[in-house]
Design a protein around this ligand. Sequence first.
Ligand SMILES: NC(=O)c1ccc[n+]([C@@H]2O[C@H](COP(=O)([O-])OP(=O)(O)OC[C@H]3O[C@@H](n4cnc5c(N)ncnc54)[C@H](O)[C@@H]3O)[C@@H](O)[C@H]2O)c1
Length: 398
Amino acid sequence: MIIKPLVRSNMCLNAHPFGCAKDVERQINYILSKKKQKKISEQKPKIVVVLGCSTGYGLASRIAAAFEYDATTIGVSFERPGTETKSGTPGWYNNMAFDKAAKEKGLKSITFNMDAFSDEARVQVIKQLQEMGVQADLIIYSLASPVRTDPETGVFYRSVLKPIGENFSGNTIDIISSKFSAIHVEPANQEEIDNTVKVMGGEDWERWITQMQKANVLASGCKTVAYSYIGPSLSHAIYRDGTIGEAKKHLEKTAKHLNSFMKENVAGEAYVSINKGLVTRSSAVIPIMPFYISILYKVMKRNGSHEGCIEQCERLFSDRLYTGGSVPVDENGLIRLDEFEMDPEVQKEVAETILKISEENLNEMSDFKGFLHDFYIIHGFDVEGVDYSAEVDRLDQL
Ligand SMILES: NC(=O)c1ccc[n+]([C@@H]2O[C@H](COP(=O)([O-])OP(=O)(O)OC[C@H]3O[C@@H](n4cnc5c(N)ncnc54)[C@H](O)[C@@H]3O)[C@@H](O)[C@H]2O)c1
């Protein structure tokens, strides 16, 4: 079969196996080139658990840990497998490509396709570490999900992307037609806010760390990092000051007491890293983000400061977590990888441009083409070096 992208409501419903594999290879090659240039610090991760390992920031973190630092990686993600005739989700192919490349390099990798919010997933990861007779020295928490079942109560929670206290009105853009459309979102009620915090806040991260500590699978000096986003004021109504922002604030608060817990129990540390806004499967559906990211790309590419997930994660490891010294943080204890995005000059230009953008000048005022390219790449389409006119025999393998 010939595989073409199926896009509906800014979501791509299928994936190209070879394109996904090729993009994993590109990220690995980037890391290998950095490894050659950099002096690796003595203090480095050896056993790394990545929760949300299959796409976006989690995949890039796993690639950096394995291919720059030779770490053994245990990954957990929740992906739909491909069948002979039906496409799986991109992360399913990414995991296969990662495991294959790791094996070829002699690196140990174990991948679980499980609900990371469940206690069963924690049991499996702990059992795996115990069987290997090792302890984890880094746990990356990179889950992005619209739903979560609380393992304590069995209650199923759904998050919402809504403003708090006031309506949100803005434009969004259709990926296929490039047409703008007005969106209007009513403010969330308290239950919706609480549910979003339940899904994307710090509760599940804390459960991972405390259960792993109890099982004695955290190494002395172990670090744990969860990812968050702040972004510019123009997105605050829907993001930072909205329901998802409440969840992220909860995650950041959780980092504070997890940091004390880690210090006390394993002489370890817990951080939240504020990363750059990028096109991932999660961010493409957030209103305003396609505009903001397209303009941001244009400004940052011109300045030479543009980065993708892999560049961000490489910097997180080499310039923040494993420098040989203490981890640099801001006045709120947060790791900042968004400093180029939040540069006042960059933000001034983006804020001015977003007011002028229209369907007619979209490609001139922004890098919407770059946004689209990244959107397709994360599903294995539009990847350089892939022959998309070639037949794919089956969709359950690479
Ligand atoms: N994309 C951005 O612009 C951006 C910026 C800063 C921070 N972040 C943060 O980075 C983190 C990762 O986001 P991303 O954009 O890389 O998302 P993504 O959609 O690319 O990845 C999400 C990962 O979570 C996994 N996942 C989801 N539900 C799961 C479940 N129940 N069990 C196991 N795995 C599950 C997926 O399989 C995937 O591996 C999030 O916390 C996000 O808020 C994203």
